[in-house]
Design a protein around this ligand. Structure first.
Ligand code: NAP
Length: 499
């Protein structure tokens, strides 16, 4: 009987992502017994290396970035299935070499499945996909599972620089692969805490009846980084916060908070419901867009090495969005993200409406926070529910307190796995739920288009300056104040109270 084999080909197999994330994640999956039987991994890049040289390099990477030491025995078995082929993605003949090498490795183990992982700079995506098609490596176009085994492609982010380039890339991909074969990555979706958003929302009945415009006052999504652009200034200056964080990560979080409950966790149900949210996001006319967005740049950014002189690239963005549907009509969704901010934190805060009538006094009017539910994605993964309580021995005076759940104390002995573990496993198993469909990518670019115009200086030549270590420019606070709101700080606590 034929033995089915699977080959994972990593284009850019010696790069930073492969060394820091992909190989450590694959090794970890191997140690957990979650890789397919007969899996081979073939690294592909231009530098000359032997199979053994590649095994050594990856061994060092797993030691440095993963957890090799406790699994030294497993490494020997794992490394036997690592191979390397030098080649240039721009040279069509090198795809023919790859085809021959794969046939040699897979001999006697057909049907052989192949997963092509494009872990290379985005400028290679289009040509590499076209070459996979013309060389025959991708198999018959339009067939998810060809008679010789399935063919799939994982495409790293960023997928396009704007709507036009994303469309062009989608078209190029569509000429070679069927959509069901394509796995566009946003590694955020592989994070446990991001997936927990779905479990939290759709496995608990107590919150769902409140999860709408009747009870929710506003929703805040923050992804703040303490670090500056550091040694990525050259890349970052070309990209900026909107491409780096808003178009992908923040909009993903928004869709998960706002989506309707799907009937199943399959890729299409989930992705159909997410795109419904994106389609319902109100599109601003240019004049309104400026009223509803704030772009900032931290002081000192222009002095960073690699940043163009007088650059108008924003390092901070705050947005007020509305989801025009039955559930969310009129509820503002505030999104903010930036570099060089006061703290590293990613969280979603659902702020509920105030009681219609307040009978009790409060010790301090500033402490009268309305109920809020904070879903903390990092660094302190957990959930905080804030409610009013009576202060003991002080009449009927009330205060607001938190009820908290923390992953690290609730699941003490379990490590939270790296996002790439889950995503690689899913791609190998053919589950595209946590990957991004072509229509989602394009819709997300449409939503941020006006911000990209601003970025290139069309209507907002210079973003507002903010102090490193702060929560961004003052206009970001004004954006909320206009609606009588204010940013709630780390895990539901008031920002100032927290500081
Ligand atoms: N690094 C991260 O943490 C991270 C996070 C999220 C997303 N990503 C995305 O992942 C992708 C890879 O990023 P990276 O940081 O790993 O980049 P990188 O460190 O620059 O690695 C690029 C890889 O591509 C190979 N390469 C370059 N030109 C090639 C060519 N013409 N033909 C064949 N191979 C070629 C390089 O090896 P040779 O020079 O020897 O050919 C190297 O193995 C990018 O799309 C990036 O946006 C990276």
């Amino acid at each position: 009987m034929a033995v089915e084999a699977t080959t994972l080909i990593i284009f850019g197999g010696t790069g930073d992502l492969a060394r820091r994330k992909l190989l450590p994640a694959l090794f970890q999956l191997g140690c957990k017994g979650r890789l397919p039987d007969n899996l081979r991994i073939v690294g592909f890049a231009r530098q000359q290396r032997s199979d053994d040289g590649y095994r050594d390099l990856m061994g060092e990477s797993v030691r440095e970035f993963g957890s090799l030491a406790p699994h030294a025995d497993e490494w020997t078995d794992f490394a036997k299935n690592l191979f390397y082929l030098p080649g240039d993605l721009d040279v069509p003949g090198d795809y023919a070499n790859l085809q021959s090498r794969l046939k040699e490795l897979e001999e006697g183990q057909e049907p052989a499945n192949r997963l092509f992982y494009l872990s290379v700079a985005p400028r290679f995506f289009e040509a590499a996909i076209a070459n996979l098609g013309s060389s025959g490596l991708a198999g018959e176009p339009g067939l998810g599972r060809i008679e010789h085994g399935w063919r799939r492609a994982v495409i790293e982010k960023p997928f396009g620089r704007d709507l036009d380039s994303a469309r062009t890339l989608n078209d190029a991909v569509g000429r070679v692969f069927d959509e069901s074969q394509v796995y566009r990555i946003d590694h955020y979706l592989g994070k446990e805490t991001v997936q927990n958003l779905l479990v939290f929302r759709f496995s608990n009945t107590i919150f769902e009846p409140l999860w709408n415009r009747n009870y929710v006052d506003n929703i805040q999504i923050t992804a703040a980084e303490e670090v500056s652009v550091e040694d990525r200034a050259g890349y970052y200056d070309n990209s900026g916060v909107v491409r780096d964080m808003v178009q992908n990560h923040l909009l993903q979080l928004l869709t998960m908070v706002a989506m309707e409950p799907p009937n199943a966790m399959d890729a299409n149900s989930l992705r159909n419901h997410k795109i419904e949210v994106l389609r319902a996001i109100r599109r601003w006319e240019p004049a309104d867009a400026t009223q509803n967005t704030v772009l900032g740049q931290y002081k000192g950014y222009l002095e960073e090495r690699g940043v163009a002189s007088g650059s108008s690239t924003p390092t901070f963005a705050a947005l007020r969005l509305y989801v025009d549907n039955w559930r969310w009509q009129g509820v503002p969704f505030y999104l903010r993200t930036g570099k060089s901010m006061a703290e590293k934190v990613t969280e979603i805060v659902i702020q509920f409406k105030r009681p219609p009538h307040m009978m009790f006094s409060v010790a301090d009017a500033d402490d009268l926070s309305p109920n809020s539910l904070a879903l903390c994605l990092q660094p302190d993964e957990g959930v905080h529910l804030r409610f009013g309580v009576k202060i003991p021995d002080q009449g009927m005076i009330m205060d607001s307190k938190d009820m908290s759940f923390h992953y690290d104390s609730a699941f003490k002995d379990q490590d939270i796995p790296e996002a790439y573990e889950r995503l690689l496993q899913d791609a190998l198993e053919g589950d595209a739920s946590l990957f991004i469909r072509s229509d989602h990518i394009e819709q997300a670019w449409r939503i941020v288009e006006h911000l990209l115009e601003n970025q290139s200086g069309v209507s907002n030549p210079q973003p507002e300056q903010y102090d490193p270590g702060s929560w961004g420019p003052e206009s970001s606070d004004r954006l909320l104040a206009e609606n009588g709101h204010r940013w709630l700080g780390v895990c539901g606590l008031d920002q100032e109270a927290h500081a």
